[in-house]
Design a binder for this molecule. Structure first.
Ligand code: AMP
Ligand code: ZN
Ligand code: FE
Ligand code: FE
Length: 296
């Protein structure tokens, strides 16, 4: 019974995944998935192609996005937006602002690397961002450029031996070529998602890196007050204990629980589309999210 499984968190070449949107959906079909969402960082450029492919293959599709919001280090706060209207002008304004923030940051990283003797250019980074696409394929959406693209170049050229090392040494906070990008406040990120017809969902709460459960609940309560509608319970970074904790928090705060792999293709080789640490994501999570979207 393959139609019982879903994946609500995937990336394509529209951001830092290695497969074009249509290939992500085709792979989903091959993995026996009956519903999915594409959640690229800061962009909806892949949504049209993914939705079209999903319709062709008979897969239910929810338009999605993943936004990085302001949050104190060492944590990161990512907000998933499900069911957003790709034609919304609010959404367009938001993604334009986020991409401008990246366009401001990325050359700083590259210049800093160059000043340290690393052979790298923005052209190479842009090429890397285009991913596995062959030039003969139909035109694919433009890419939002992120640090994983830079990391891939550093690995390929032998400056580091792994993406992790690229982040630890150069790209992560405290790294030699770290620059932050401008982010939206959590309030604005949630408001933009709601104003464009979507439900804001807290992505991989483990990455908040809160010090204890009280702090986690405090963050969650604040987000709920700002209109948070869901929490990602199943995610590749979550241990079984964490999954249970987040499931309980979903119940306590009346949040819709969601789940997905955070598939990135070659960029994160250990993650398989449709699997969260070897487990499937049940279709019931899609039905609950759909239900909430229908009753907004
Ligand atoms: P950016 O969009 O440029 O801010 O980069 C965010 C992406 O980098 C996300 O896909 C993260 O999963 C990835 N990332 C962030 N920190 C690390 C790290 N320490 N090691 C590997 N990937 C990371
Ligand atoms: Zn990513
Ligand atoms: Fe994320
Ligand atoms: Fe993600």
């Amino acid at each position: 019974m393959s139609n019982r499984f879903i994946d609500l968190h995937c990336h394509s070449t529209a951001s830092d995944g290695s497969l074009p949107p249509r290939e992500v959906v085709r792979l989903g079909k091959a993995q026996g998935i009956s519903a999915m969402s594409l959640t690229d960082h800061d962009t909806i450029a892949g949504i049209g192609e993914a939705a079209e492919t999903a319709a062709e293959l008979g897969i239910d599709f929810i338009p999605g996005i993943e936004i990085s919001a302001e949050f104190p280090l060492p944590g990161t706060l990512h907000i998933l937006g499900y069911g957003i209207d790709p034609n919304s002008s609010v959404l367009r304004a938001m993604t334009d602002a986020l991409v401008a923030g990246r366009d401001n940051r990325n050359p700083k990283i590259v210049e800093k690397l160059e000043s340290m003797g690393v052979a790298i250019s923005m052209e190479e980074v842009e090429q890397e961002a285009r991913g596995d696409q062959k030039t003969t394929e139909a035109v694919s959406p433009p890419s939002v450029i992120g640090r994983p693209h830079i990391a891939a170049i550093l690995v390929r050229k032998g400056y580091v031996t792994s993406v992790k090392q690229a982040f630890d040494k150069y790209l992560a906070p405290g790294g030699l070529a770290y620059f932050d990008k401008e982010r939206l406040s959590p309030a604005l990120a949630l408001q933009c998602i709601k104003d464009s017809g979507g439900i804001p969902v807290l992505a991989h709460p483990v990455q908040l890196r809160t010090e204890n459960d009280a702090q986690l609940q405090n963050v969650l309560k604040n987000l709920v007050d700002l209109g948070l509608g869901g929490i990602e319970v199943l995610h590749s970074d979550h241990t079984p204990d964490q999954t249970e904790k987040y499931r309980a928090l979903a119940r306590r705060y009346n949040l819709v629980p969601t789940g997905g792999s955070d598939f990135h293709g070659r960029s994160k080789e250990k993650i398989s589309l449709g699997y969260v640490n070897g487990q499937r994501v049940p279709r019931e999570l899609f039905e609950q999210l759909k239900e909430k979207l229908n009753h907004k």
